[in-house]
Design a protein around this ligand. Structure first.
Ligand code: FAD
Length: 305
């Protein structure tokens, strides 16, 4: 297997896949490494209604179409790839994943964002971050949703639509942050309860999830409630842990770039939600991927000025 490429793209969300399309069309040899399945957050989106050319399209269907285009251009894709080490400083960049060593003349980091975990829950099969991916396992069962922002409320409604028997949504702060329309939608469901000022103190397991201890932060009172599953929507953090020693980041851990997506290291670019930005959307991630790929091509061809 030839593991040398012109360009390695770390992260195969819409930013990474768009970059791959531009780079492959410029005749660069391209590898995408993704620690999960390509598509990233769009896989978690039930319906996308702001993607020009599709009035409405399922997130997974959109991903399939982009992936088909990527693969038709001869891009190599390694999914479920675990990055063990990297050296991005030299003229030739090295990335080690799953006992393979990959090299390239340029790298684009497009690792997006990850959900903030619920520390009290640890790692458990019954803790989830995506209603459409994992909700079906809880049809007819009881579910706790943690997080009172838009995602929490939208995903709670999506869970109930799938046939969850009983749902409780809790938020630690003293009010919910979701749009009032989203709150009204959930409040109208007879099998849903919503509590703010409520914290998850501990998650109690036997062989499987047994119960959750909740604390009312106004009264200090605690109670134990039985649930079959927990869905956590406490926001997102950048997926940049692997790059902390290598790339300049802002105080929140987002990779700093200039307007051409260039990082502090020559030949290393960043694109999509992993950058500091005001608007994180599919189209803005694609725009970043486009620019990063075109700049990587210029860099590789020795033409960056
Ligand atoms: C619930 C939800 C609904 C949304 N709905 C919409 C919508 O309707 N319309 C819209 O325009 N936007 C929507 N967005 C925003 C949009 O999905 C994102 O802005 C966009 O998908 C970001 O793309 P990305 O490629 O930058 O990152 P991501 O989609 O996060 O992709 C990053 C990829 O990198 C991989 N990765 C992470 N770390 C590593 C690593 N260390 N090594 C290798 N691979 C790694 C991940 O597995 C993932 O595949 C939504 C977001 C959410 C959370």
């Amino acid at each position: 297997m030839n593991n040398h490429y012109d360009l390695i793209i770390l992260g195969g969300g819409v930013a990474g896949m768009t970059a791959a399309i531009y780079a492959a069309r410029a005749n660069l040899s391209v590898l995408i490494l993704d620690e999960n399945a390509c598509g990233g957050l769009v896989n978690w989106t039930q319906v996308v209604e702001n993607m020009p050319s599709y009035k409405s399209i399922g997130g997974m269907e959109l991903v399939e179409r982009i992936q088909e285009q990527v693969e038709s251009l001869g891009v190599d894709v390694e999914e479920a790839a675990c990055i063990d080490a990297m050296d991005l400083t030299g003229e030739i960049k090295t990335v080690e994943a799953d006992d393979e060593v990959y090299t390239a003349k340029a790298v684009i980091v497009a690792t997006g964002r990850k959900p903030i975990p619920l520390d009290a829950a640890g790692e458990c099969e019954q803790v989830h971050f995506c209603a459409i991916c994992d909700g079906a396992a809880y049809i007819g069962k009881r579910v706790l949703v943690v997080g009172g922002g838009n995602s929490g409320f939208d995903e709670a409604v999506a869970l109930l639509d799938q046939g969850i028997a009983e749902l409780m949504l809790v938020e630690k702060m003293d009010r919910f942050f979701a749009a009032q329309s989203a709150q009204d939608q959930l409040a109208a469901r007879s099998n849903a309860t919503m509590r703010h000022s409520t914290e998850v103190v501990s998650v109690n397991y036997g062989d499987t999830l047994r119960s959750v201890t909740l604390r009312n932060l106004e009264t200090g009172g605690e109670e134990s409630r039985e649930f079959d599953g927990i869905f956590v929507f406490m926001g997102q953090k950048p997926g940049t842990d692997d790059f902390k020693e290598h790339l300049a980041m802002d105080e929140h851990g987002y990779i700093v770039t200039d307007e051409n997506m260039a990082t502090n290291l020559p030949g290393v670019f960043a694109a999509g939600d992993v950058r500091p930005k005001k608007y994180r959307q599919i189209t803005t991630a694609m725009a970043d991927g486009t620019i990063a790929a075109l700049e990587a091509e210029r860099f590789i061809r020795g033409n960056s000025k």
